[in-house]
Design a protein around this ligand. Sequence first.
Ligand code: COA
Length: 161
Amino acid sequence: MTQRIALYPGTFDPITYGHIDVIRRAAELFPRVIVLVARNSSKRPMFTDEERAAMIREVFRRHRRVEVDSFNGLLVEYARRRKATVIIRGLRAVSDFEYEFQMALTNRKLAPTIDTVFLVPHERYTYLNSTIVREVARLGGDVSGFVPPGVRRRLLAKAGL
Ligand code: COA
């Protein structure tokens, strides 16, 4: 297990304290964690791929186990290319399960040697998602309890505040 590379894919539009909690947990378990800004074809992100990756890099700039990248193709292709054998996903509530189960089994069908590992973020983050954070920022609410200061600044700039 010690040499395993884990991949944590997501839209990260933007990264929140909930994602950060999952990444920290993953970095305790795996020597290398690649946080991958990937494309969910049903979403139209507020931030570009580069902006989303830059925000994550800023948070983990001193964490040598964590690397940040972005990719627009099939997740398992990226995983194979980087020799990642584990896909990390966070499970916040039962409502996440069906979608996550479907993705995990699809990825397994496409790449049988890659396993999905589910991590449970701290319960203080179970209600969080990026849509809520964007909405609160857009309407002028305080997002400092949801995202790090650098992300908050970028959210305010996008919202024109
Ligand atoms: N804390 C807070 N929020 C969390 C969270 C956590 N720990 N974990 C997930 N979320 C939120 C996200 O912010 C996001 O919120 P939003 O919907 O408001 O934006 C939501 O939960 C789920 O997002 P995410 O984890 O980013 O998943 P996703 O569904 O957006 O992304 C991909 C899915 C990108 C991983 C998937 O589409 C993919 O693999 N794409 C690549 C192409 C591919 O291979 N497709 C086939 C996959 S089977």
